[in-house]
Design a protein around this ligand. Sequence first.
Ligand code: FAD
Length: 397
Amino acid sequence: MSAPNKDFSVAIVGGGLVGALNAVYFAARGWNVTVFELREDIRTLKQAGGRSINLALSKRGISALDGADAGAGLFETLIPMSGRMIHIGGKQSSQNYGYFGEAINSVDRKLVNEHLLNKLQKMPNVTIKFLHELLSIDYEKKILNFKKSDGTVYKAQADLIIGADGSYSRVRRELMRVTRMNFSQEYIEHGYVELNMPPSEKGEYQMDPGHLHIWPRQTFMMIALPNIDKSFTMTLFMPWKNFDAIKTPQDLLGFFEDKFADSIPLIGRELLVKDYFKNPKGSLVSIKCKPYHYKSSCLIIGDAAHAMVPFYGQGMNCGFEDCLVLDEILTKHIGKPGTASSTKPTAEALGKAFEEYSATRNADAEAMCDLAMYNYVEMRSSVTKLSYKLKKSFEGF
Ligand code: FAD
């Protein structure tokens, strides 16, 4: 068992996007932070398997990265997308997100995670333990039980436990045993698969990288976000019954010729078939729960607290914002980083901070879950009506 830290110690379960950013915030308070991550170090992997390759980073996420002084070196890699490009009938029409060049930004998921882990590695009061799977928590003794990759059990003790272990959070499951947690989850009838559009033969983007591309098809859709290597990552979202109906390469090519014909020459038939059948098909779940904490001992953040369907592009952004909001509430209750009350907080003050966090954050997080659900209809269907209206109004000039 690791020796309890003589100062204030925190165990963060999950070294993904949100756990890593939160560790940066906590380390800045002078706390002894240990991040426990189930998987091996993402920096040693070629590409994180089965997860979306790029993400839309919005102002919400940028502010949270800025708040931890964690943006430099990452912001330079962002690709701004100032609107949607709607693909219908082989034609493209642009819809700007705002009047003043407002944009969301395409960013590499692996790069974001690596960037935050690199930052953590430079902080002397942070330890990262990979290949540690949380099994259970004893909240009274504040002991966490992990399984290591060699099958042995590792026990750790911490003053504070943070659950940033994603949609299927073990920390949340353990929290349910000690709190009266309300919990709901909803799987939607649609899944997704990722495809790739390579750069052109000249090494250029094959579509405008300043847009998020959408092929809206009423009951399903495909989207594409640009990558810095001039490729696009495309995601096909559709009902599981449509996936089930595609059994052979001929089925797939027939489906694409019918629904997404303009994308075939850009992706290439061979690559399309290879990616579609090789890449995992993911399910999409929305999770709401409350409260997010137990006394002064434990708090859940990110997807562990509020997984949402990806159609609003806000899951990571909202998880990043959790870290910022939590930091502001902590400052209110225990003081700014660097003060004695913040470096070694009392259980009473921490408990009050977590109570306020649970009470105030929940409504915002659940609103995001609902907006995300609604935006699927907007993206796969309503945008077509909007583009029609815009076209009509432009014709009026
Ligand atoms: P995760 O990223 O799931 O990380 C959890 C970490 O905990 C993982 O590293 C995992 O290995 C670890 N872990 C799990 N269990 C244990 C355990 N028992 N012990 C130890 N460690 C454990 N969001 C956006 O903001 N913009 C987008 O454009 C966007 N696009 C998306 C597209 C798709 C197709 C999908 C599926 C999601 C998208 N999201 C997007 C959502 C985003 O991916 C998530 O909200 C984000 O990854 C949540 O981060 P997290 O750190 O909370 O959870």
